[in-house]
Ligand binder design. Structure first.
Ligand SMILES: NC(=O)c1ccc[n+]([C@@H]2O[C@H](COP(=O)([O-])OP(=O)(O)OC[C@H]3O[C@@H](n4cnc5c(N)ncnc54)[C@H](OP(=O)(O)O)[C@@H]3O)[C@@H](O)[C@H]2O)c1
Length: 336
């Protein structure tokens, strides 16, 4: 049976993404599962993989992007137990999820409870686990504390605000004017980074307990200055560097690590979902399962602005790089 996937033969602009048809389905080896994909996220991180600038990524073309997916167990290899055909599962693939079918190691799959929409479910995997682990595993945030979320109208930003609201946090979110309504609807005070200095604003408010910053360069310093005594800066990306707007990843790492050891009453801790999963694989599964439970209990609903088709991956990447997405995009796959 033939199936479709999105591949790139070279790293580059969204134009390198092309839809191809494979003649035969892949066969699972021992310990592997073939998954029929239902939904895959399209995120900023996928654009880094596509450009060949994702820090630490060793993959080489030809490859399919796609950092996470939700799908149905379609065939199992030998030595696979407890994964019945038809079971809905999720995984953090890092790349390869822009496809109708893929093979995954059985032990990396996390069951998705019945009754959860696949687009909502896949939103939990990269963006919400990132937000959840930064809040709970790294910042150890406590009910009623205050946070500053940069890019508050994006995929991780909206996840941080929704999870923060469950803890009654006092929340501030930087975003362009186009995302004000979304940010405010999620319970945060909107700071338009184009017209207002967030450091001055936060200092006027007495500083905050945690800042989540993926912009990089001088921005990390400014976020650090927005903290109150005892607060923590969590850098988790290098957006400006990726967009050619400045910053230097190794230098940023060193500077931030230095602030952490200087006696200034504030802390820093980098977050990377891959590193955290490698160190604590059980946390990834526990946290994703906890998020599915919250979703199922109706505690929040992910801000999905657009559901697009697998064939629309190129357009999805263009929209993401133009910062034209309020919340997130999900690619719907294998729809009837
Ligand atoms: N460390 C990890 O494990 C991990 C995991 C997931 C994601 N990430 C990283 O986290 C970052 C965010 O990912 P995402 O999926 O949420 O991206 P996203 O959905 O594209 O959202 C990012 C948003 O940030 C806003 N922005 C741009 N420059 C800004 C600035 N100077 N100040 C405030 N906001 C600004 C843009 O919207 P407006 O300009 O319209 O406000 C943009 O849409 C990316 O760098 C990604 O690679 C890291």
């Amino acid at each position: 049976m033939s199936y479709k996937k999105v591949i790139l033969n070279e790293f580059g602009t969204p134009d390198v993404l092309q839809v191809v048809t494979e003649d035969t389905l892949p066969e699972p080896a021992a310990g592997e599962v073939r998954v029929k994909v239902l939904a895959a996220s399209a995120t900023f991180t996928d654009t880094l993989v596509r450009k060949g600038i994702y820090y630490g990524f060793k993959g080489t073309p030809p490859l399919s992007p796609g950092y996470d997916m939700v799908g149905v167990v379609d065939k199992v290899g030998s030595d696979v137990n407890g994964l019945d055909l038809g079971l809905v599962v999720a995984d953090l693939t890092v790349y390869g999820a822009y496809t109708e079918y893929l093979l995954r190691p059985a032990d990396s799959l996390v069951p998705v409870p019945e009754g959860i929409d696949p687009a909502d479910a896949v939103s939990m995997v990269l963006s919400y686990v990132t937000a959840y682990q930064m809040l709970h595993r790294v910042a150890n945030i406590q009910r009623g504390q205050s946070i500053l979320v940069h890019g508050a109208g994006g995929a991780v930003g909206t996840a941080l605000l929704q999870l923060g609201a469950l803890l009654d946090l006092k929340m501030y979110g930087t975003a362009s004017a186009s995302k004000r309504e979304l940010v405010e609807s999620l319970g945060a005070t909107h700071i338009d980074y184009g017209t207002e200095d967030f450091v001055k604003r936060m200092q006027a408010e007495g500083g905050c307990d945690a800042v989540f910053d993926f912009i990089g360069g001088e921005h990390f310093k400014r976020s650090f200055e927005s903290l109150k005594k005892g607060g923590i800066l969590i850098p988790y990306g290098f957006y400006d560097d990726a967009m050619g707007k400045g910053g230097n990843v190794p230098v940023d790492y060193m500077k931030v690590a230095l602030w952490n050891i200087l006696p200034n009453g504030r802390k820093t801790a980098f977050y990377a979902i891959g590193g955290m999963r490698e160190k604590h694989p059980e946390w990834f599964k526990e946290d994703l399962a906890a998020l599915f439970d919250l979703l199922k209990a109706g505690k929040f609903s992910p801000a999905i602005e657009r559901r697009m088709k697998l064939e629309d991956a190129k357009e999805a990447h263009e929209l993401i790089e133009q910062a034209a997405v309020k919340g997130r995009i999900v690619l719907m796959v294998n729809e009837a």
